[in-house]
Write a protein that binds this ligand. Structure first.
Ligand SMILES: NC(=O)c1ccc[n+]([C@@H]2O[C@H](COP(=O)([O-])OP(=O)(O)OC[C@H]3O[C@@H](n4cnc5c(N)ncnc54)[C@H](OP(=O)(O)O)[C@@H]3O)[C@@H](O)[C@H]2O)c1
Length: 336
């Protein structure tokens, strides 16, 4: 079968600053690889579309290797048609349409996934759109469960116009929360407001002061953070009393300084999670929870899938370059 692979730079190659050369989008190429075989409890799926996520860019650069035992092929979510059932699988039939939460392998004509990590797409949603929904929904829902986001609370998500952000705004609005976002341009802040954000902050300005002003000094009860170190101090300052900060991204670095005095005076919580490194059982539970709680919201139109930009599978390089440009509002997908 055909799959996207990464052409690694020759050993010892460095950039202009002498750092090891990281493979750019142009190093992605269509390779001929062996088709995977489903083991017991697994399903082989013929791919129709694969979601493109920021983590994929990191994996290409060698900065986010797959968990042990998982294929090197990039791709954390995909949708397609069930082709073959592994031993003991009775929850699916050949020909079923499915969406998969993957630990890797989505950028290929076929992928294998544990049966529990597959769900049917929401009714009325085509497979291309569905391929962009499960990873963000699973990330947001599992994290909001983790920090108990509750009706009436003020919720801040950084990068409101991104894949995670555009979903998180709508999910938190569906929970009847007051939603604040940060975004880098006026057009992106307008987009966040269209999705339901009540407060849209410019991250090039003093977003902490602007958040405090917009919330009459309250701050945020829950923050979903994708910046990591760069925002650690600011996020703790932005927390309301009993506030919870959950970090899921490290776009602003991995090592920050935590003001413990400030945190304890607020009885604050700082936590961090990764979806990819969870067990099959946990991923299956999360996928089922998404199908149970989020799909009905999608089917009713309460949550609208982010605008999807499609790239032919062969042009994975183009999709990576586009996502890396920072100009995208919404989600990118590879179609097969
Ligand atoms: N831990 C997990 O399980 C998990 C799962 C999924 C995703 N993630 C992580 O979540 C992050 C977002 O993923 P995604 O798919 O939504 O990526 P994406 O669609 O590429 O969005 C990236 C976002 O980062 C925002 N951003 C950049 N600089 C910023 C700054 N200084 N302040 C605030 N926001 C800033 C961008 O805002 P503008 O566009 O306005 O510039 C954009 O909305 C990634 O780091 C990804 O690795 C983690």
């Amino acid at each position: 079968m055909r799959a996207i692979n990464v052409r690694q730079p020759a050993p010892g190659q460095t950039d202009s600053k002498g750092r090891p050369l990281r493979p750019g989008p142009e190093t992605l190429f269509v390779d001929e690889v062996e088709q995977p075989t489903p083991g017991p409890g697994e399903v082989l799926v013929r791919t129709v579309a694969a979601g493109v996520n920021r983590a994929d860019l990191l994996q290409r650069q060698g900065l986010y290797p797959p968990p042990k035992g998982i294929t090197d092929i990039i791709g954390l979510e995909a949708a397609g048609i069930v082709e073959t059932l592994g031993e003991g699988v009775d929850s699916w039939q050949v020909g079923d349409e499915v969406v998969a939460l993957l630990s890797g392998g989505g950028y290929a004509e076929y992928f294998v996934a544990p049966a529990g990590q597959l769900v049917a797409p929401p009714k009325g949603t085509d497979l291309v759109t569905a391929a962009t929904l499960l990873e963000v929904a699973a990330t947001v829902v599992s994290n909001m469960d983790h920090v108990h986001l509750t009706e009436g609370e003020t919720f801040l998500v950084h990068g409101g116009a991104g894949g995670i952000g555009s979903f998180a705004i709508q999910y938190a609005k569906a929970l009847d929360c007051r939603v604040a976002v940060t975004a880098g341009t006026q057009a992106k802040r307008d987009y966040c407001r269209e999705l339901g954000a009540d407060i849209a902050l410019d991250y090039h300005e003093d977003w902490l002061a602007d958040l405090r002003e917009a919330t009459d000094g309250h701050g945020a009860d829950v923050i979903l953070d994708i910046m990591g170190a760069k925002y650690l101090g600011l996020n703790v300052s932005a927390l309301a009393a009993d506030g919870r900060l959950v970090i899921i991204g490290m776009q602003g670095g991995t090592k920050g300084e935590l003001d413990i005095a400030q945190l304890l005076s607020k009885r604050g919580t700082v936590t961090a999670t990764s979806l990819r490194f969870r067990s099959v059982e946990q991923k299956s539970e999360i996928a089922a929870r998404v199908a149970e709680t989020v799909w009905p919201l999608v089917e009713r139109g309460t949550i609208v899938a982010a605008p999807v930009e499609q790239f032919a599978f062969e042009d994975a390089a183009g999709a990576h370059a586009r996502l890396g440009s920072g100009e995208v509002s919404g989600k990118l997908v590879l179609t097969f």
